[in-house]
Design a protein around this ligand. Structure first.
Ligand code: GRG
Length: 289
């Protein structure tokens, strides 16, 4: 199956699961949450599901963390687009949430997605022990030691020159941690994964997350706003160091492929067939947006 068909099938299952299980009493809040959540590629959900399949996890179980991680991701995009952050007016081919609903509503819609990501886990059909493990993985990745730290490092670096190590540190936290949590939750849910295997997947997730971000930086300078569904060249306009600004386009491409190859080589250390996740890793480096 090609990249977009795979993602489109997963996205429609995630959307159905969301509509059936989210319990929001107030239509105006639900409308803003729907607006911010739906319409992304669903890469993190796909990583959870493909990893879970490797460990023979049940598809209906995997939908729980797959949705939760997409809700955290959507909240981070809403807040990242705010005037106080990156100040971007377009996202996923439409107005950013604060342009559509106003800044205060967008902040609250982001907060609602963040909070309800954990409700989706806690009120699900899963065993209590699994719920605790999933919540722990997701909190670690999205909280002050993960994505939030990455955003703060990123803001601190704005307008100052940073080196390649500094840039990798930002993105390991800002992008890699959540992507790695998506991968790990697919394994954790199955109860079949050993600690060693989860550690291997953690490293795979961080490497593929870094490769994803490097490639995202490349798309920012090589594709149009129409193709991206968000403003092109936004990193330059925000005066941010990026992989292309530090390395140039060709070396950035090489680095993305090198990180992907390293990520894939980690999968070889797992005893089960990892072909689907391997192929997906390659497809991430061929995406158009
Ligand atoms: C608490 C104020 C506050 C902020 C939360 C904003 C934030 C912390 C973190 C930002 C995280 C962020 C926006 C990382 C960028 C990662 C990235 C490459 C996003 C694009 O991901 P895609 O391409 O997007 O998967 P789609 O739209 O397809 O889901």
């Amino acid at each position: 199956m090609d990249f977009l068909s795979l993602l489109s099938n997963i996205n429609s299952d995630i959307e159905n699961y969301y509509q059936e299980n989210i319990n929001i009493q107030y239509p105006s809040i639900k409308k803003m949450m729907d607006y911010a959540l739906l319409g992304g590629k669903g890469v993190r959900a796909a990583l959870t599901i493909l990893t879970g399949k490797m460990f023979d996890a049940r598809y209906e179980d995997l939908l729980v963390p797959a949705l939760a991680v997409e809700m955290i991701h959507a909240y981070s995009l809403v807040h990242d687009d705010l005037p106080a952050m990156d100040n971007d007016s377009m996202r996923r081919g439409k107005d950013s949430a604060h342009i559509r609903f106003g800044e205060a509503n967008a902040i609250l819609a982001g907060d609602a997605l963040l909070t309800h990501a954990f409700s989706i886990i806690n009120f699900s059909h899963l065993d209590s022990e699994i719920k605790v493990r999933l919540s722990s993985v997701l909190t670690q990745a999205s909280g002050a030691n993960g994505m939030i730290a990455g955003q703060i490092f990123d803001m601190d670096a704005e307008g100052r020159g940073i080196d390649l190590d500094g840039l990798c540190k930002i993105h390991n936290h800002k992008t890699g941690a959540l992507i790695s949590s998506a991968v790990k939750m697919g394994a954790v849910i199955s109860k079949n994964a050993t600690t060693d295997q989860i550690n291997i997947l953690d490293e795979y997730g961080l490497r593929i997350g870094l490769a994803f971000q490097i490639y995202d930086d490349l798309l920012d300078v090589t594709k149009s706003s129409d193709v991206l569904g968000k403003p092109a060249n936004s990193d330059i306009e925000n005066n941010k160091s990026t992989f292309p600004s530090l390395l140039g386009i060709e070396k950035t491409k090489d680095l993305a492929l090198e990180q992907t190859a390293k990520a894939k080589s980690l999968l070889d250390r797992l005893p089960m067939n990892s072909d689907e996740l391997n192929n997906f890793s390659d497809l991430l480096m061929k995406r158009e947006f």
